[in-house]
Design a protein around this ligand. Structure first.
Ligand SMILES: N[C@@H](CCC(=O)N[C@@H](CS)C(=O)NCC(=O)O)C(=O)O
Length: 205
């Protein structure tokens, strides 16, 4: 059975959401990032990068990096319609996932929520927070304008929803407005039963 190393509230909740949507059997292994468990020797032996999500496959190997895990789950376990059948359609999905993870998450939320990882100087941390917030706000505006209407009109869940899920949860938690029509999509996504499972372990509100 698949094992997902996950920390409640971390981006790995997007993979929990996808596993639930796909109806895949899996077990969760908790990593407490605040306690630094990602640096424990046993975990680093599985994933030397020390990050969640880390997915342990049936052959015992670790699959890492959010886009790769989401892609593998959809291709290995998803219905055919979860993945576009044209190269152009596939590239558009990867384009969106890459933007959500590499730009909005890594250059936006990371600076906004964890500036202390990059500088001990309080003034520099304030600048990083402001930079991160601008990146998130601009990124969400881009996603809303380019993809919002198409997402709202869609009837299937895809690999991009794994990334959208945690990005939209973080935006809500930090009080960052999600522009229409992406806001309507966020409401629908967060109301799905899979979302409740993925949000387990988080304080309400
Ligand atoms: N590039 C990685 C980033 C994953 C990532 O940054 N995970 C965070 C949680 S949201 C983490 O594990 N942080 C622990 C640390 O950096 O020590 C991916 O796409 O999976």
């Amino acid at each position: 059975m698949l094992t997902l190393f996950h920390s409640p509230g971390a981006c790995s909740m997007g993979i929990v959401f996808l596993l639930e949507e796909l109806g895949v059997d899996y077990t969760l292994a908790a990593i407490d990032l605040r306690k630094g468990e990602q640096n424990d020797t046993a975990f680093r032996q599985m994933n030397p990068k020390g990050k969640v999500p880390t997915l342990i496959l049936d052959d015992g190997t670790a699959l890492t990096e959010f886009p790769a895990i989401a892609y593998w789950l959809c291709r290995r376990h998803g219905a055919a319609e979860l993945w576009p059948d044209t190269i152009d359609g596939q590239a558009r999905v990867l384009e969106l996932v890459e933007f959500l993870v590499a730009s909005i998450h890594m250059r936006g939320f990371t600076f906004l929520a964890m500036p202390q990882k990059f500088s001990a100087d309080p003034a520099a941390q304030d600048s990083l927070r402001a930079l991160g917030r601008r990146e998130v706000e601009a990124g969400l505006a881009t996603v809303a304008a380019q993809h919002g209407a198409a997402l709202c009109a869609r009837s299937r869940i895809g690999i991009e929803d794994a990334a959208l899920f945690y990005i939209l949860v973080w935006a809500r938690a930090l009080g960052i407005a999600v522009p229409a029509p992406l806001s309507a999509y966020a409401e629908a996504l967060l109301a799905r039963p899979s979302a409740q499972v993925a949000l387990r372990g988080l304080a309400a509100g």
